[in-house]
Write a protein that binds this ligand. Structure first.
Ligand code: UD1
Length: 341
C-alpha cells in the first residue's frame, strides 16, 4: 500500500484529492492544523469513502513535528497543499504569507532529503504567469511574470525553491501543478469549499448570494475587451483537479530520477464572469441579484490554460464541464446551509 502525505488534506482541494487517492488504492496521510479548514470536511470524506482517515494535527512550520511524522511513515509521495491563499490578505500581511507558505515547504523538502522521499507534487497557480499581456492561452513555456500579490509570489518562489533543491539532489522528482480557477464540489455534496469569512472568489460568492448570505454580487468591470465585457477565466472542476494530483503521483512513481516540471491544470477553455452567472441562473432556476461595479485592482483580463502538456505527460484532461461544476457548487451550498443552521 502506497502512503501519500497530503498536507492541507482537510482543505478544499485537499479533501477532494484525498477521496480520489483512496479511490485509486493509495493510503493518504493527512496533515492539517485546521486553522483554515473544518473537521466537518473530514467527516465528509469518511462518509464518501467509508474509511477512517489517518490525520495528524500540527503546524508544518514546526520542523521537529514534520521530522517526527517522516520517521513514522515511509512515504511514496507528498502532495503539498497547505498554504494561505487569500490574495487580498497577503497584500496586507505579506510576512504571514512568506513565513507560512515558504517555511512549510522548506521543512518538507528538508525532510524529503533526510528521509530520502523522492516524489513531490506542489500546489502552484496560474498566478505565476502574472498578467500575460497580449496572450490569453498560456502554456508552461509562456513567460512567467511578477505575480500581482505576495500570495502569488509564494507560489513562484515555491517553484524556484523546489527547482533549486532538485538540482542539488538529482534523485528528487517533482511536479508543480499550476491550477487555473478551481470550482465546484464533490457530486455527493459531502465535501466542497468552506470559505472562511466573505469569499473573494467568484463562484462561492455567487452561491452564497443565492442562498441569502449576501445581498448582491458585484461583477468587477463591464468594459474589458472580451466576449461580453467581463473577465474570462478557465474554471476547472475540483474533482478533475484532484485527479490530476493522483495522475501526477502515478507519473512520478513510475518515472526515473530527475523529473522536475510544471504542468498547467485547466480545461483549455475560457468562460466569462457573465457566462458563469447565466449558467448559474439556468441551473438553479432562479435569478441572481447582481450589478456591475468598477474593475478590481490586479485582475487579469482573460486567461485560460493550454493544457496539452497535462494530456501528453499525465494522460490527464478535464472530464467535467463548467455546468457540472456550477451545479455541484450549488448542491454543496444547499447542503452547507443545513450544516450552518
Ligand atoms: C484568484 C487569485 C489567484 C488564485 C485564485 C484561486 C487574484 C488576482 N487572483 O484568481 O491568484 O490562484 O483566485 O482561485 O485575486 N469576480 C467578480 N465578483 C466577485 C468575485 C470575482 O466579478 O465578487 C470576478 C473577478 O473580477 C475575476 C473573476 O470573477 O474576473 C474570477 O475571480 P476569482 O474567483 O477571485 O479568481 P481570480 O481572480 O481569477
Amino acid at each position: 500500500m502506497k502512503h501519500i502525505l497530503v498536507t492541507g488534506g482537510a482543505g478544499y482541494i485537499g479533501t477532494h484529492t484525498v477521496v480520489e487517492l483512496i479511490n485509486n488504492g493509495f493510503v493518504p496521510v493527512i496533515v492539517d492544523d485546521f486553522r483554515n479548514s473544518s473537521h466537518l470536511a473530514i467527516q465528509g470524506i469518511e462518509h464518501i469513502t467509508k474509511q477512517k482517515l489517518l490525520i495528524h494535527e500540527f503546524d508544518l512550520c514546526d520542523l521537529i513535528a514534520v521530522k517526527s511524522l517522516f520517521s513514522r511513515y515511509s512515504f511514496d509521495g507528498i502532495i503539498h497543499f497547505a498554504a494561505y491563499k487569500a490574495v487580498g490578505e497577503s497584500v496586507n500581511s505579506p510576512l504571514k504569507y512568506y513565513t507560512n507558505n515558504l517555511q512549510s515547504l522548506t521543512n518538507i523538502l528538508a525532510c524529503m532529503i533526510e528521509f530520502q522521499v523522492n516524489n513531490l507534487v506542489f500546489s502552484s497557480s496560474c498566478t505565476v504567469y502574472g498578467d500575460p499581456v497580449g496572450i490569453k492561452e498560456v502554456s508552461e513555456n509562456s513567460e512567467k511574470a511578477q505575480p500581482s500579490s505576495p500570495y502569488g509570489n509564494t507560489k513562484l518562489i515555491g517553484e524556484n525553491i523546489i527547482e533549486d533543491t532538485a538540482k542539488a539532489n538529482p534523485w528528487l522528482k517533482s511536479i508543480c501543478l499550476r491550477y487555473f480557477n478551481p470550482v465546484g464540489a464533490h457530486p455527493s455534496a459531502e465535501i466542497g469549499e468552506f470559505p472562511i469569512g466573505k469569499p473573494n472568489n467568484l463562484l462561492p460568492f455567487v452561491t452564497q448570494t443565492a442562498i441569502g448570505l449576501h445581498e448582491k454580487l458585484t461583477v468587477f468591470g463591464n468594459d474589458y475587451p472580451t466576449v461580453d465585457g467581463s473577465c474570462v477565466r478557465d474554471f476547472i472542476h475540483v474533482v478533475d483537479l484532484a485527479n490530476a494530483h493522483v495522475q501526477a503521483i502515478d507519473f512520478l512513481n513510475s518515472h526515473k530520477d530527475g523529473f522536475n516540471e510544471a504542468i498547467n491544470i485547466g480545461t483549455g477553455k475560457g468562460t466569462s464572469v457573465l457566462e458563469i452567472i447565466n449558467l448559474f441562473e439556468k441551473i438553479s432556476n432562479q435569478k441572481l441579484n447582481w450589478e456591475f461595479g468598477p474593475r478590481r485592482d490586479g485582475d487579469v483580463i482573460e486567461i485560460f490554460a493550454n493544457a496539452s502538456k497535462a494530456k501528453e505527460l499525465l494522460n490527464w484532461e478535464a472530464k467535467h464541464t463548467v455546468e457540472d461544476a456550477v451545479l455541484s457548487a450549488w448542491n454543496w451550498e444547499i447542503n452547507l446551509k443545513q450544516k450552518r443552521f
